[in-house]
Write a protein that binds this ligand. Structure first.
Ligand SMILES: [Zn+2]
Length: 222
C-alpha cells in the first residue's frame, strides 16, 4: 500500500453504521467513496491520482461468488481501485487470515499499516505473514504504484522546499522594509513584491491542504 494520503486516517477505517438500504451494491459507491477517503483500501492510490471514481470499484471483502448472501451487505463492501479488485478476484483462502497467515485483512478491523510497510526504493514489504500474502497477491509493488509513490515523495519534497524558500524571502523583505535607508520608490516596489509573494504563498498552501479533496465526481461520467 501507499502511505495513506494525509489527512486520511492511518489506522483502521470506520464504515457508516446505517446507510440507506439499496438492492444493488453498485448504489453504495457514493457512500463507500466517502467512508474510505476516495482512495483504494488496499493499495492507497487516490482517485485524484488515477482518473477518478470510474477507475474504482465496489469491492466485496468476502467475494460475492462464495458469499452470495453478502452481495448487497454494506458491512461487506469496501472501496478499491479496479486493479486491486481484479487481482483479488474470488481469492479467499481463509476465514482467519491473521491466524493462518493467508488471505485478506478487513481494513475496518485491522490497521493495514501494521502489516505492510515501506521497504525502500518506493516498494513495500509485508511485515507479517498475512501482510506478505497481500503484497504478493495484490501486486502491491506493481509499476504504477512504485511510480505514484515516487511522484508523491517528489511532490512533498518540492512543496517543502518552496514553502521554506518563500518563507525566508518574506522575512527578508519585511526586514528590508523596516530599514529607514530605503527611498520611497524602492519601498513601494518592495511592498508590492511582498504582497505578491504572500498571496502566492497562501495560494500554494491552500492548494496543498486541499490536494486530497476529490476532484472528480460520479456525475462527471454521465
Ligand atoms: Zn488498489
Amino acid at each position: 500500500m501507499l502511505a495513506r494520503p494525509e489527512p486520511l486516517p492511518m489506522a483502521r477505517f470506520t464504515r457508516r453504521s446505517n446507510p440507506p438500504r439499496h438492492r444493488s451494491y453498485q448504489r453504495y459507491k457514493p457512500y463507500l467513496r466517502d467512508d474510505f477517503g476516495y482512495a483504494c483500501v488496499y493499495c492507497g492510490i487516490h482517485e485524484n491520482e488515477s482518473g477518478g471514481p470510474r477507475f474504482f470499484t465496489v469491492e466485496h471483502y468476502r467475494p460475492k461468488s462464495r458469499f452470495p448472501e453478502l452481495r448487497n451487505e454494506y458491512g461487506n463492501l469496501l472501496y478499491a481501485c479496479a486493479v486491486c479488485n481484479g487481482y483479488k478476484g474470488d481469492d479467499w483462502p481463509s476465514d482467519h487470515p491473521l491466524a493462518d497467515g493467508r488471505g485478506y485483512l478487513d481494513p475496518c478491523e485491522h490497521d493495514l499499516a501494521e502489516h505492510v510497510g515501506p521497504a525502500g526504493d518506493d516498494e513495500v514489504a509485508g511485515l507479517t505473514p498475512v501482510g506478505r500474502y497481500m503484497v504478493e497477491r495484490l501486486h502491491l509493488n506493481r509499476g504504477l504504484l512504485r511510480k505514484i509513490r515516487r511522484l508523491r515523495r517528489e511532490d512533498e519534497e518540492l512543496h517543502t522546499r518552496f514553502m521554506k524558500l518563500a518563507d525566508q524571502s518574506l522575512r527578508l523583505l519585511e526586514v528590508e522594509l523596516r530599514s529607514e535607508a530605503i527611498r520611497s520608490r524602492q519601498r513601494r516596489a518592495l511592498e508590492q513584491e511582498l504582497v505578491a509573494l504572500r498571496a502566492q504563498y497562501e495560494q500554494r498552501r491552500a492548494a496543498w491542504e486541499r490536494r486530497w479533496e476529490p476532484r472528480f465526481t460520479l456525475e462527471d461520467y454521465r
